[in-house]
Design a protein around this ligand. Sequence first.
Ligand SMILES: [Zn+2]
Ligand SMILES: [Zn+2]
Length: 217
Amino acid sequence: MKLQDGVYWYREKGVLDANTYVIRGEQTVLIDPGLGNYLGLLLKEMQEDDIAPKEVDVIAITHLHPDHCDSAAALKDVSGAKVAVHSSQWEYLDRLLEEASRVLGIEAKKFEVDFVFEDRLEHTELKIQHTPGHSPESICFFAVDKKTLISGDLVFDKGIGRTDLPFGNTEELINSINTVSALDTELLLPGHGAILKGRSNVKRNYDFIREHYLQWM
Ligand SMILES: [Zn+2]
Ligand SMILES: [Zn+2]
């Protein structure tokens, strides 16, 4: 589903799946391909928006939990896209995917990495914010011109990411939420559930999170 020029949203297909986002620009980036079982359905939905698998240049992930990255290898196969990870994800690649798979009871497929990025994704407008807490290698993607934040499992519509999974850290989560809430965001795109449109709705959501979660942590 097209949200605005160059920004597409594909809703999670089941409890153990994640929202997928496609950012079109000089390069087309697909963020969080989700669970392998739903890849066919995802590609069909993308096709309805005239996005062919071959158009995807880069596959990136917000973090290494199987509900977000399980289908990375399969999508790479059908699209020919390059898989890119943040330096912190590179550091945790094997052990975190294995640990998280064990705890969540999903055997996540391993994938090959083509390149590692740091604070921005080359040939795109995406800036990277390292936002540990839900997991140590969680990142957010911020499309500067579009004022769009892809927040992974850091913040949701009226919710925040859990910190009880392997290597989770509550203090880091709070710091990360404070960091991203300072970004001028008109479109907030979380890893699960609904999206938030409009600066005032995004702000209201951060206020809700502070009041209902952060002050009790
Ligand atoms: Zn997660
Ligand atoms: Zn998730």
